[in-house]
Design a binder for this molecule. Structure first.
Ligand code: SF4
Length: 432
């Protein structure tokens, strides 16, 4: 179906794919969540951090309704709501913030890292949260560290919240010690179970020391410096990547660890950077790769030959399109992405079907017109578009689900394929 190198467990023949394909730029109305959404998964990842949104009731509703169902302990996020007096500039915002933060840290001694998270309203009235965080850090050090970033929805998409959060952490990471050995830093939120699997594989490959950002505990800041090689586990971390390079770290270029092939290529790029022998690499990765390929075969019957359309939402779209087209023989009609980081995506673009239509940005009406005209078998889109398209008889997959679900690595490859097969299965059953 796609004129591409077939998936092979060993080497993947270099192909040019979409490396030189012109990317269509689109600007218009967008349908995405804002960066506050990142709090939903970040607050579960960094277990002693707290996210204090400085925003409006709308922001509070968004975070509460997105994360509320996942609370299993006392919440580690809240919103300091800006009222009319704040918006009119009558109240002293610095005093109010000092009071709110002081009360919070007094009541919750387990909080070691506090993020002040900016929003559209705090940006519009130009609250300097960076300065506020520095002041708060001075007041509460060493009891807690206070950082800030923006989750504002003005011209951003929801995964940029994680990028902004991690970028705010980079300047406070400790310097690696003098004569530090070559170390690996894996960057991007992964479910704990996935992180543990990768840590085991790195251990078996003899790659150490190995750390992860974000870290699970605020007290475990990973060190960084010129002997650090970092690899992105998520494709939406442009600012974090830049900040790490300013600290001297070097990026390992690789496709993202989605699917049997994607995981193998990601691990192999890391292994090559650390001089792991091909024999050891094969011995360590072969069992997981075989399990992944076996698991993928379950969904391949349902997905092979299906036509798919992707709206821009999470920035995972390009790696997902590579995975679906190469490992499951899905035919991609259009791949939309909110932003395309050409450099970070180069290994992915090289593996996409040649001539594929890639659209950066969004003009939602135009995209809807194209999607309706194409009548794909499956559409990947945001929550706001899914229901109307389902009502028109189209099968959809919510792209945000792919952020909340563990999908990286060999052991999750089958689940990832299943996420796409499920809506098709459901429709087939409904039609019987
Ligand atoms: S940050 Fe902006 S887009 Fe996000 S909930 Fe608040 S007001 Fe809405």
């Amino acid at each position: 179906m796609n004129a591409l190198t077939p998936l092979s467990p060993g080497a993947v023949t270099p192909v040019s794919g979409c490396s030189t394909t012109p990317v269509v730029q689109e600007r218009g109305q967008r349908e995405v969540f804002c960066g506050l959404t990142g709090i939903v998964w970040l607050h579960r990842k960094i277990q002693d951090a707290f996210f204090l949104v400085v925003g409006s009731r709308t922001c509070a509703h968004l975070v509460q309704s997105a994360a509320g169902v996942m609370i299993f302990a006392e919440p580690r996020f809240a919103t300091a709501i800006l009222d009319e007096r704040d918006l009119a500039g009558i109240a002293d915002i610095d005093d109010e913030l000092d009071r709110v933060v002081g009360r919070l840290l007094e009541r919750r001694p387990e909080i070691k890292l506090l993020f002040l998270v900016g929003s559209c309203p705090s940006e519009v009235i130009k609250i300097d949260l960076k300065r506020a965080a520095q002041r708060q850090s001075r007041i509460h050090s060493p009891r807690a560290r206070v950082l800030s970033y923006s989750g504002s929805g003005i011209e951003t998409t929801f995964t940029q919240g994680e990028d902004a959060c991690l970028a705010s952490l980079v300047p406070v990471l400790p310097d690696e010690p003098a004569n530090a050995p070559h170390s690996l830093l894996v960057v991007g939120s992964l479910a704990d179970v996935v992180e543990d699997q990768f840590a085991r594989l790195f251990d078996e490959l003899g790659i150490a020391p190995c750390t992860f950002l974000p870290m699970r505990r605020a007290t475990d800041f990973p060190p960084v410096g010129p002997n650090t090689s970092y690899v992105l586990a998520q494709p939406f971390l442009g600012d974090t990547s830049r900040a790490l390079e300013e600290r001297g770290a070097k990026r390992i270029a690789a496709p993202f660890p989605l699917g049997a092939e994607g995981t193998t290529l990601w691990l192999r790029a890391i292994a090559d950077a650390f001089g792991v022998s091909p024999e050891l690499f094969e011995k360590v990765t072969a069992p997981g790769r075989a399990r992944a390929m076996q698991a993928l075969s379950h969904s391949k019957g349902m997905l092979a030959g299906k036509r798919m359309f992707m709206f821009p939402d999470s920035q995972l779209e390009v790696p997902l399109a590579r995975f679906l087209s190469r490992e499951l023989d899905v035919e991609m009609i259009e791949v939309g992405t909110p932003y395309l980081h050409r450099e970070h995506m180069a290994p992915e673009l090289a593996l996409l079907p040649e001539g594929l239509r890639i659209v950066e940005g969004q003009h939602v009406d135009n995209q809807l017109d194209r999607c309706r005209a194409a009548r794909p078998d499956l559409t990947l889109c945001g929550l706001g578009l899914a229901n109307p398209l389902e009502a028109e008889g189209m099968s959809t997959k919510w792209s945000i689900e792919l952020i909340f679900t563990p999908i990286q690595g060999y052991e999750q490859a089958g689940d990832l394929a299943e996420l796409f097969a499920r809506p098709l299965n459901r429709r087939t059953r409904l039609e019987v």
